[in-house]
Design a protein around this ligand. Structure first.
Ligand SMILES: *Cc1c(COP(=O)(O)O)cnc(C)c1O
Length: 360
């Protein structure tokens, strides 16, 4: 199949803006007249520092990051932050965790190694089909921070509000960063693995309030210390140079398309189409409850695993790829991140309609 015959609904790594890929291809062998590719130059060179600063500056503007907060571009994926967060911010005390899916559950388990984890809410009993309300949050009086995952990539639910907790807010925005406007000043720490909405796998963006740095446990490895990473400009060691370059190109695309506001409008169009269909379908059923639904990962299923498999197979034959749900959730999942064109969601709805008629 050719690229123009395909819509890729993969959950991560996932579709990237075509303009970013084309620029990378054009610059692959000779990066800005250096005679070398961006992968072959020193991370300490002025040429690479320019790329690094450019990506940080664009992200700061797009997300309106205040001067109180540092932007770190790190290795290790989102999962490394499950440990780095408690090692830097928990101080052996108590933290509140909202468990609304697989990744927040893993983060809570990791944090419990370094202090006391209080589960402020869990949606496990109903198969993570919703987000808890503010009133449901059981907050500890002495919490060092409140941790939540803004968008649950596997189950397809998303927080539509920022919780009021009285403690430092820590948020995993791996799968919905840059898809909604966020008041960064409300957060102590925001982080995101890049491979959903920003860049190739291998880069994690951490936006941290500098006032929180320096509280780390003595056993915290240097490579996980926010203080050290702030002091070294994310370059205690070699950063993921290629991913940072791709981030810069992706941010160019976001800016050209109209910024986070435009991404927010487009996501509503894409996901809205899909949920509209699912809410009226007799064959395909949405997983997440209204009010808790993700704009980035739309989860649904038929009444049988066999029919689910037929749906995924038939979709792939039409170039609608990677719609199989995560193994722990089953069913289907359409990941419709920023770089998914509205036409991709339209093509999926067309296929859903045909599938419905054939299987009604
Ligand atoms: C993908 C994902 C992760 C895990 O990311 P890695 O980079 O593979 O560690 C964590 N949280 C969320 C919300 C994700 O979507």
């Amino acid at each position: 199949m050719n690229r123009d015959q395909v819509y890729n609904f993969a959950p991560g790594p996932s579709t990237m803006p075509e303009s970013a890929l084309k620029t990378a291809a054009a610059e692959m062998l000779n990066f800005r007249g250096s005679g070398m590719s961006v992968m072959e130059i020193s991370h300490r060179s002025a040429l690479f520092q320019e790329v690094f600063d450019s990506a940080c500056e664009k992200l700061r503007k797009l997300m309106n990051v205040p001067d109180t907060h540092e932007i770190l571009l790190l290795q290790g994926g989102a999962t490394t932050q499950f440990a780095a967060i408690p090692m830097n911010l928990l101080e052996g005390g108590t933290a509140d965790y909202a468990v609304t899916g697989n990744f927040s559950n893993k983060a809570a388990e990791e944090a419990a190694k370094y202090g006391t984890v209080h589960i402020a809410a869990t949606t496990k009993p109903t198969g993570h089909d919703r987000i808890p309300t503010q009133a449901e949050l059981d907050l500890s009086p002495d919490a060092k921070y409140f941790y939540y995952c803004a968008n649950n990539t596997i189950y397809g639910t998303e927080w539509q509000y920022v919780p009021e907790t009285g403690s430092t807010l820590v948020c995993d925005m791996s799968s919905d960063i840059l898809s909604r406007e966020v008041d960064v000043s409300k957060f102590g720490l925001i982080y995101a693995g890049a491979q959903k909405n920003m860049a190739p796998a291998g880069l994690t963006v951490v936006i941290v309030d500098k006032r929180l740095a320096g509280r780390e446990l003595p056993i915290t490895p240097k490579i996980l210390s926010y203080k050290t990473m702030i002091e070294t400009g994310s370059m205690l060691n070699t950063p993921p140079c290629w991913c940072i370059y791709m981030l810069d190109l992706t941010l160019d695309w976001v800016i050209k398309e109209g910024g986070v506001k435009a991404m927010d409008e487009r996501k509503r169009e894409r996901a809205g189409m899909l949920y509209d269909f699912l809410d009226n379908s007799k064959v395909l059923h949405p997983h997440a409850l209204p009010g808790s639904r993700s704009y980035m990962n739309v989860t649904f299923r038929t009444d049988s695993p066999e029919l689910d498999a037929a749906f995924v197979k038939g979709a792939a034959e039409r170039g609608l790829l990677n719609l199989k749900g995560h193994k722990i959730a089953g069913g289907m999942r359409a990941s419709v991140y920023n770089a998914m064109p509205v036409e991709g969601a339209k093509a999926l709805v067309e296929y859903m309609k045909e599938f419905e008629v054939r299987n009604a």
